[in-house]
Design a binder for this molecule. Structure first.
Ligand code: FAD
Ligand code: SIN
Length: 537
């Protein structure tokens, strides 16, 4: 069904930390609509456990945070981006606190009654610098930001509205330089596609963990922003660098439950099923080594021993400490019959974070005027070949602030010419939904088996051939039937899978999160070279 035409200054796609922070700031100079495809709280942000990295202690420094980020990024971070985001951290943290986010505190040692921020530690960090709200940091951030957004008159939040595609002047065949004019959005309940016209569209759609069979990500993480930007002709980079989190709970009934790296930060050790600390001798930081190293070591241990998981052991710490510091993890594991104060936690690696994405500058500007991308969907140069833990929430709040500030400064003109309604032509109701369900499963298994933690050229080639066929099948289906959320997401995960494979194939070396047995070492000729893909016109 064709919907209505609606006009706002800014259309934000996504209600995670990036979208909400942007909306709160941009509402000071314009009307904002946030479209979000499920309930507004449902986002990766809401499940963030460990916390947000920023320099807030006298024992830490910007130089150290920059150094740790560059080291994890394996030669591919843009140092100017890293320095600038790290240095802006304390100002953005202060704003989060003013917005009502309650980070965990502790008593200052030797000063009874005095309180200070309780800083956590995670893999690859040389100092304690992670601000957290127990082990539910994301939930606390979403709570406070959503409350602030609901109180703001200039912000409209539309749940169960899924963005379909960007509207560009080139797609409409208009003369002059190409620009983004708005976005088509499916209102699920009404089965109507509305036209949202705006001065600027802000993609804050998060990552793409659902491209893989096993992931820590919630169901919303289907790479929609990357796929939409790609279809609109915008360059995408570094998609081969998918971060696998080493410790997702391994339990038949648990779907995507993360065991925070902060648990290792507080002393938990990884063990093989025979009790051996297999990270000994693999890296100086052992169980707290950067994620790429730990995930590969777990993968190797599982392949060597034939086991389907390894163990994470924190039982040597006092039970009251574990329960106070990790109440959510403790409670959730207990619901699955596992007392983490008494027994090791079965864990496996799972797809967790998309380090690449839509290419942007530090203000979130993409190559398409009028289109911005912020948060996990964007590739700003901060993460390079491997993200340092807890740097993504930081990147999202800094990106949101800068995008809003730059739009206030530049205030792009709204296009006054009519943006057309969505045309569904003679599309029919889908006849065989099994096709959609089958292709969803096929892509996710294919990516897990062929484009996972350890890759080979041959497997990448196999994946590429299969994904090409799948994309053709989806394309046929897309034009014949009316759009549904499942079909839109399927098209997007297939597009993103294709981009991941293309980027992985284009990098003939191993670096950070991209590890291939055919080129097991980094190649200095590839240092500082992003894998940038530009859509054909
Ligand atoms: P999200 O928070 O993922 O929000 C995306 C939003 O876009 C959602 O509202 C979604 O519904 C919406 N959306 C997507 N597509 C569409 C569409 N087509 N139409 C409409 N709406 C759409 N990072 C850290 O720094 N520290 C941590 O401790 C940490 N822990 C994590 C734990 C878990 C379990 C996970 C999964 C991630 C964790 N991360 C952590 C990563 C971090 O949470 C994310 O990178 C960050 O929250 C992304 O924020 P975002 O606003 O970019 O996207
Ligand atoms: C975690 O708590 O382990 C997740 C941290 C992150 O992904 O940055």
């Amino acid at each position: 069904m064709n919907g209505e035409i609606r006009q706002y200054d800014y259309v934000v796609v996504g209600s995670g930390v990036a979208g909400l922070m942007f909306a709160l700031k941009a509402s000071r100079h314009g009307s904002v609509v946030i479209v979000t495809k499920k309930s507004s709280v449902e986002s990766s942000t809401n499940y963030a456990q460990g916390g947000i990295a920023s320099v807030t202690s006298d024992e830490d420094s910007f130089d150290l945070h920059v150094r740790d980020t560059l080291k994890a990024g394996a030669g591919l971070c843009r140092e100017d981006s890293v320095r600038s985001i790290v240095q802006e951290g304390p100002a953005r943290i202060q704003e989060l606190i003013e917005l009502g986010i309650r980070f965990s505190e502790r008593e200052v040692p030797g000063h009874p009654g005095a309180r200070e921020l309780d800083l956590g530690r995670e893999g690859g960090h040389s100092k304690r610098r992670i601000l957290h709200a127990q082990d539910m940091t994301g939930r606390e951030i979403e709570r406070a930001l959503l409350a602030a957004a609901h109180a703001e008159e200039q912000i409209t939040i539309l749940e169960d509205h899924i963005a379909v595609d960007l509207i560009t002047s080139a797609k409409l065949g208009r003369p002059g330089p190409n620009r983004c004019l708005g976005v088509y959005v499916l209102e699920k309940a009404a089965a109507a596609v509305h036209t949202y016209a705006a001065r600027a569209v802000i993609l804050a759609t998060g990552g793409c963990g659902k491209v893989y069979l096993y992931t820590t990500n919630p169901d919303i993480a289907t790479g929609d922003g990357v796929a939409m930007a790609w279809r609109a002709g915008v360059p995408v980079a570094n998609m081969e660098f998918i971060q696998f989190h080493p410790t997702c709970l391994y339990h038949p009934k648990a779907k995507s439950f993360l065991i925070s790296e902060a648990v290792r930060g507080e002393g938990a050790v990884l063990r093989a099923l025979d009790g051996r600390e297999f990270m000994e001798g693999q890296h100086e930081l052992k169980s707290l080594a950067p994620r790429d190293v730990v995930a590969r070591a777990i993968d190797a241990e599982m392949k060597r021993s034939g086991s389907d998981h390894v163990s994470l052991d924190i039982t040597h710490k006092p039970a009251p400490f574990i329960i106070r510091r990790f109440p959510n993890i403790y409670r959730t594991c207990l619901e699955y019959g596992l007392d983490i104060t008494k027994e090791p936690i079965p864990v496996v690696p799972a797809a967790h974070y998309q380090c690449g994405g839509v290419v942007t500058d530090l203000d979130g500007r993409t190559a398409l005027p009028g289109l911005f991308a912020i948060g996990e969907v964007a590739c700003t140069g901060l993460h390079g070949a491997n993200r340092l833990a807890s740097n993504s929430l930081l990147e999202a709040v800094v990106g949101a602030h800068r995008a809003a500030a730059s739009l206030e400064r530049d205030r792009p003109e709204a296009d006054r010419t009519l943006v057309p309604r969505w045309e569904s032509g003679d599309a029919q109701d889908p006849d065989e939904l099994v096709v959609i369900a089958h292709l969803w499963d096929e892509i996710r298994r294919l990516m897990w088996d062929y484009v996972g933690i350890v890759r080979t050229t041959r497997r990448l080639r196999r994946a590429q051939t299969r994904i090409k066929n799948i994309l053709e099948e989806i394309q046929e289906y897309y034009w014949d039937f009316v759009v549904t959320a499942d079909l839109l997401e399927l098209r997007n995960i297939a597009t993103v899978a294709d981009l991941i494979v293309r980027c992985a194939t284009a990098r003939p070396e191993s670096r950070g999160l991209h590890y291939t047995l055919d080129h097991p070492e980094p190649d200095p000729a590839w240092a500082q070279r992003d894998t940038v893909l530009t859509p054909e016109r």
